[in-house]
Ligand binder design. Structure first.
Ligand SMILES: [Zn+2]
Length: 105
């Protein structure tokens, strides 16, 4: 599958990811107290593909505090990178329809 780009500005549309936080107290019955040291360890916490991590700091004993996982196919939108692009594109479309109507009459 090719990467979708925005119909308005042409920028790539962001992947829709699941984000997990680590090194925290247990939340909603899920244990998030684990502190994965590496990307490989963080990958073990979710079946989806690990696409990005953020470390808690820059020390040697650091751990992954946030990890984002992607299902391999979902994007935040089918057509646009952000809502303002959708609005802009909609206005352009409305303008061209209006112009065509004026020409026809
Ligand atoms: Zn855009």
């Amino acid at each position: 599958m090719t990467k979708p780009t925005c119909w308005c500005c042409g920028k790539p549309i962001a992947k829709k990811v699941q984000t997990l936080y680590f090194g925290m107290s247990s939340d909603k019955g899920e244990d998030r107290t684990a502190k994965p040291k590496t990307r490989a360890e963080a990958q073990l916490h979710n079946n989806f593909q690990l696409v990005s991590v953020r470390y808690a700091g820059r020390l040697d004993n650091d751990y992954v505090m946030r990890a984002s996982y992607w299902d391999g196919e979902s994007y935040i939108s089918e057509f646009f990178c952000k809502e303002s692009c959708a609005a802009e594109f909609g206005k352009d479309a409305a303008r061209s329809i209006k112009e065509r109507r004026l020409v026809r009459n």
